[in-house]
Structure formats: C-alpha cells, structure tokens
Ligand binder design. Structure first.
Ligand code: PEP
Ligand code: MN
Length: 565
C-alpha cells in the first residue's frame, strides 16, 4: 500500500518562518505543508483530524514565550512530539524598485515587529502596522503592488512574492532564534528506550497554600530531575490562579520522573504531561558559520567572495567609476584644517587630475591631545571644496552615531585602520546607501579585512572598496610595512575593488611615487594619497604629505603608465 504523505499545518502564509522551520524539521521526508490563518485554526484542524500534526512557535530568544501557544497546549491537552530551534533573520522587503525613502507603512507580525524595534526607530515617519503574518504582509504588498509599503519577513517570503530586500538582518539581536514545537492531538507512543537526549514538558497548577510551588520543585530535586525552564500562564477561568509549565531533562517514562510526578500530583490539583521528545541539537550550518551568499552549486559562500559574485564590483561615485579595470586616485589633506587650507589643497588635487577629494573631519588620533578634526565644520568645508572643483569627496566616520551626518556631506565613507573591527560601526555603514572605503587594520590579517567587509555587505551595502595601508612589523624605517602581496591575494579572493594608501604605508614622501607605481603594476584599482598646499604646517601627518610638485610628479608618472589620461 502506498504510504500517505503526512499533512502538517502551520500558522501563516507560504514563506512564513513556521513553514521554513517545518521544512527544516522534515528535511529528509516529503510533507504536505498546509497554511492556516491563525494558530487556533491549526489546532481545530488537528482536532478534526484533517491534518496529522501542527507546527507552532513557542519561544523566541528576544521576546520570550509565545503565550497563546502555551495556552492552546493546555486548553486542548495537546502533545508535543518534536521541537526545532531556528535562527530568525528578518529583512525589510519592498515592491521591486521602491526606495527606503518612499516607505510610509511597515507591516508585519507583532512578534517580528518587536524583534526589530531599534531598527524601526530609523523610520520615524512610517506607520508600523501589526498583521497576522510576516509572509502575509509580503504577499499583500506583491498582490496590491504597493509602492509606499514595506514588510518585515524572511528570505523565503521575498523569493515567493518577488519582493526586493532593502535591508537584511534587521533584527536587533543577531542571534535571534525561535523554538517551534510539533504538536499532535493524541499521545504518541514512545517510551524513552531509545538512546537520545530526551526532554519532557509538563504543566501543573498548585493549591492556594503557602510554599506549594516550592514543595513541587523540591520533589524534582529529590528525584534528581533537572529542570531547564519554568514559566507561568494565568488560569483563564480562575482569576489569579496560574498554570506552571516546566521543562525537564529526561523521559516521562523514566523511573525518576514517574515517581516525581506521582508525588507532585498529591500536592497539586492538576498535572499533565505535554510530551517527551528529543532535545533539539542545533545543526551548526544553520547558525554562525553560514554565510548569506551562495555559489552556483547553492553552497554557502561569503558575500565578499568571487564564488558568491564572480564579476568585479564597480562602485560608482557621481561620475567616477571605481574598480572593473579603471584606476582611480583619491587625494587631499589628512585633515580639513580650515577653508583656505582645504580649498588650496583641493585645487592641487584637482589641477593634477585626482578623481576624488579626501579630507578628515573626524580624526582618530593616537594621542587625545593631538588635533581631533573640525567635525561638522570640517564636513562642510570638505563639501564646499568638492563642489568648487566638481569632485566627489571621501571622509572618515569614526562612530556609529555620526554615520547619518557624515553621509549627508560625503560621497564615500571611510572606515580607518583603527576602526576596521569596530563591528557596530561596520554594521551602521552597512545600513547606509553610500559607498564605504574600508582600510585594513594595522594588526589585521587579510582574512580579517575580508570579514570586516562582510559585516558591511551582510547589512545590504554592496558598495565596498578595500584599502591596503601597511601593517605593523618589526621594521620601523617606514611608518608601516606595505603588504604588497595582499593586493593580488585579495584579487584572488574578492570581487571588491582594492586600493593602496602609500602615504600611511610608508610615511615618507619620496617613497610614495615608486610605491604607487608598484601598486598599479600589481593590480590595485587605485590609490589614496595625502596632499597639502603647505605640508610643513599640516596639523596631522605633516611628515608624509606631498607638496604640489611632488603630487604633480606622482600624477605624471601614473599617467605615463597609461593608467588614465
Ligand atoms: C587617514 O586616512 O587619514 C587615516 C587616519 O588612515 P589610517 O586609518 O589608514 O591610519
Ligand atoms: Mn593621515
């Protein structure tokens, strides 16, 4: 006789997290996954026998118990037969082509909304509307072609309903996880003989007398039954009485548990075993080691890798193209020091053919007593100089709170060597729509540089440029040691453009030209150099700044190499 396919109900539309969990739980078996509008409908279908099992979320690592699932379990005397814990990563989904700025309404399930509270604070003008389902919100946007609305939902929902991800992994805590339980109407027969880590969930209430809960828990101690969770829900028909749910290590059929339950029953009005089931063992590939990118074979691949993205990334800044066979020069003073200094230095950069103007407004200085930059005033002066010479501008951002402000004035955001592993800052620039110039930390390996880029890419910003700026070695004759082989090595590993900063790498003006030529010869996509109209007066990095004739000579040498006109 042909075996009937098992029917499993879940709450939500196709593409809901419950459906993803269901397919993961039954990954070696084909099941008929049936969507229901509410958890109550899943339970009704189970009781009528139109489905064999139901999958419901029961706990979330950010918001805690999914209380109505606990209530349904006890009110309907259901049995838990399996559990699964899934990482939950939310996206902000929109109708194709819709920008973040156009969003007026954001729909999702209330649980998903509360897992993204901090992210949603970034949309003060949008109305946040709770609905029955994450995937249901995505479906509505697709069906009605809404161009002012976003949904918070998972990857599957984006795929099924053809929506675009505007932001990814928007949950406030990256280790957001939900536990789902598979429920059945009848008691399944399992007696715990099999060697497996079992766990058991029971619910009981206590008589209204002093110390009753304490006494019940004491029984568990007496029989050495380990309790891993305790939670309570109000008894809905008897006000101020509570049902206590406990999770225990082991099987309900074990000697210790049988004896313990007998004793507890004597002290309580009610005790019901909700089920003994296998403790979920995390499939490691679902968690931290998994990358969001995939290669042609569907295997996980980091987003920075050529496996995930075989073509070179070209970053476009105004009319400047970076990467993909062009050679770009970013030049300007280390810091913005004032209008005269900035305009005069920008003039040198512009007249000699630099493509992008640099200048630090927020300076990450080794000593707290050194010049810290002009801050907002510096941003304004840099912008003014860029506009005067029609050049895009790049400047460093050193704190997550400043990202929005710096992005208002700059065309490219620089993350300096000292902040390469400031992961909160990386995530913040990852959420922003300006290209990011990421400098290698002076103590960082190539792998660490790539993983820092991954932080930015994983938040949805795919405009990342890497920069080798020298690392610390025993050699002190140069300011740092340029790791020249890192350039072709990075080219073997990533599709992102790779720059060289010969100014910070050497600290010596006379070395900047030969090192720049070497960088170009070995395959770099561009260089960043410091130029000052009067190096001796510079408030930061005076020793390494190129003067006008030195910069002119550098640019002439680069042109001679045929790198640009
Ligand atoms: C800079 O570009 O001025 C700078 C501070 O560089 P780094 O972060 O590479 O030291
Ligand atoms: Mn500098």
């Amino acid at each position: 006789m042909e075996k009937r396919m098992i029917k499993v109900g879940f709450q939500g539309e196709k593409g809901a997290y419950s459906e993803m969990a269901l397919h993961q739980l039954f990954r070696n078996q084909s099941v008929d996954a049936i969507p229901f509008r509410t958890s109550y409908d899943v339970v009704d279908a189970l009781k009528k026998g139109s489905i064999d099992a139901g999958l419901l979320p029961i706990d979330n690592s950010i918001v805690g118990n999914i209380t109505h699932t606990y209530d349904l379990l006890v009110e309907n005397r259901l049995t838990i037969t399996k559990e699964i814990i899934m990482p939950i990563h939310h996206n902000l989904l929109v109708y194709p082509g819709v920008s973040k700025e156009a969003i007026r309404y954001i729909y999702s399930h209330p649980a998903a909304i509360s897992q993204c509270e901090v992210f949603l604070r970034g949309f003060p003008g949008a109305e946040i509307i709770p609905t029955y389902d994450t995937a249901g919100s995505a479906k509505m946007i697709a069906e009605k072609a809404l161009t002012d609305t976003a949904a918070i939902a998972g990857d599957r929902a984006a795929e099924i309903y053809g929506l675009e991800k505007r932001c990814e992994q928007i949950e406030d805590y990256p280790h957001n996880q939900t536990r789902f339980v598979l429920i059945a109407a009848e008691k399944p027969v399992n007696n715990g003989d099999e060697v497996a880590p079992w766990k058991t969930t029971v619910v009981f209430n206590t008589l209204d007398q002093p110390g009753m809960l304490y006494q019940c828990l004491g029984v568990l101690e007496k029989y050495h039954v380990n309790m891993t969770m305790l939670t309570s829900r109000p008894h809905k028909t008897e006000p101020w009485k509570f049902n206590f749910f406990v999770e225990l290590d082991g099987h309900a059929a074990s000697d210790a548990m049988r004896k313990a339950f007998e004793e507890i029953k004597k002290r309580t009005g009610f005790l019901h075993v909700l089920g003994s089931y296998h403790r979920f063992e995390a499939d490691k590939s679902l968690y931290s080691s998994s990358a969001p990118g995939t290669d042609k074979q569907g295997n996980n691949a980091p987003l920075y890798s050529l496996r995930a993205h075989p073509e070179a990334t070209v970053v476009t800044v105004k009319d400047v193209r970076i990467g993909g066979g062009t050679f770009t020069v970013m030049a300007g003073p280390c810091s913005v020091e004032g209008r005269h200094q900035m305009i005069e230095s920008a003039k040198i950069a512009h007249e000699n053919g630099a493509h992008i103007l640099r200048g630090g407004a927020f300076k990450p200085r080794t000593s707290p007593y050194s010049f810290q930059g002009l801050g907002l005033e510096g941003l304004k002066l840099l912008r003014e100089a860029g506009d005067r010479f029609n050049m895009p501008v790049i400047t460093e951002v050193i704190s997550p709170e400043d990202v929005a402000l710096v992005a208002e004035y700059a065309d490219v955001l620089q993350i300096g060597a000292r902040n390469m592993q400031n992961f909160v800052l990386l995530q913040e620039v990852g959420r922003c729509n300006k290209p990011v110039f990421l400098k290698r930390g002076m103590m960082a390996t190539v792998k660490e540089l790539l993983l820092s880029a991954e932080y930015i890419l994983a938040k949805g910003n795919d405009q990342v440029i890497l920069c080798e700026r020298g690392i610390r070695t025993f050699e002190t004759a140069t300011r740092n040691t340029l790791d020249i082989s890192a350039i072709p090595l990075l080219k073997e590993k990533t599709h992102l453009p790779v720059f060289v900063d010969p100014s910070h790498a050497t600290g010596i003006p006379t070395l900047i030209e030969p090192v720049s030529r070497a960088a170009a010869a070995i395959g770099a996509d561009g260089i960043m150099v410091e130029v000052h109209f009067n190096p001796a007066t510079a408030l930061s990095d005076a020793d390494q700044a190129l003067s006008e004739p030195q910069f002119a000579s550098l640019m002439a040498a680069m042109k001679k190499m045929g790198l640009f006109m």
